[in-house]
Design a binder for this molecule. Sequence first.
Ligand code: PHB
Length: 390
Amino acid sequence: MKRRQLIQVCSLTAVALAAPLALAQSAPFKIGLVLPMTGQQASTGRQIEAAARLYMAQNGDTVAGRKIELIVKDDTSLPDVTKRLAQELIVNDKVDVLAGMGITPSAMATAPLATQSKTPLVVMAAATSSITNASPYIVRSSFTLPQVSVAMGDWAPKNGIKSVVTLVSDYGPGNDAEKYFSERFALNGGKVIEKLRVPLRNPDFAPFLQKVRDAKPDALFVFVPSGAGAAVMKQFVERGMDKAGIKLIATGDVTDDDQLNDMGDGALGVVTTHHYSADHNSALNKKFVDAFQKANKGMRPNFMGVGGYDGMRIIYEALKSTKGKGGGDALLAGMKGQVFESPRGEVLIDAQTRDIVQDVYLRKVEKKNGQLYNVEFDVIKAVKDPGKEK
Ligand code: PHB
């Protein structure tokens, strides 16, 4: 073989060998986003999808040479459907990452699939403490109910609230909220008179609120999932609970930014604890809220939206850390330990627990420029999930 021919053969071989690698590098990176887009939890799906698309619009749809493909599926917030969709996304679509998970039962149903297939699952909404224990492939960008409920157990007794009735949705996050609020409140000398639980599906709050009226506590502590807060607020006011001297205190799920502005002046003065308010005073948050509203016909982002936005950030940065190569374990390693500024404030993905460490705020509903907001008035810095400390 002549020297020139040899060089040609060699370079052709090099191209042939490199081709599959180049192909793999340029194959799209698929994110399977499973969300409740219809049904009782539809606002969660709408918020997270909008936030994920905003993140992509702002940060580009190519990361480390890989085109990002977002596949959105509606699980109608039924865990059996979540599981089936996740299975299809893993087997048929060969997604690189699963994400979303509007409610705890959906995340729990999907956890074993993430483990078996070694697919990272970024939980952007669901917030029962134990979710991250259900699979070593779960990373959470939302929050936990213990994280925000303990803060209320500290605040209430210092602010003249000595007796409380609790009212929570009867499933994982409600049970967490009830337990962690009550324990801390009692530790601080408060008395929990009664613990009430309402069904998650189609709840009727009226008979429960009547019980609360009869018990006459200083305050009613509430957790209901995002989307159900307006109904509680309406009935609380209609039944004249506030006029009867019963205060409403809650986790921020109740005074949800997605609905707050439509709740009316009855919501004024309600104190809640949570990790995100659209009113959070930072340059980054103002930019986020403006861009989100501009892209979504004025819709105000809520804490679910922020969970989706930050979840995308976690995925993008993990893919960068693998230089575009991906792979379940490598991506997971790139997700653990991320520290960054979120629209909610500084956050950390705890490498040990894969859960989010974040500031928790005390907020009061106030009117600003004619609109209702959760206005932050105090902060507890860098709160880890108390559910992991036992
Ligand atoms: C949950 O199901 O984990 C969940 C849903 C909505 C919330 C909080 C927790 O606002």
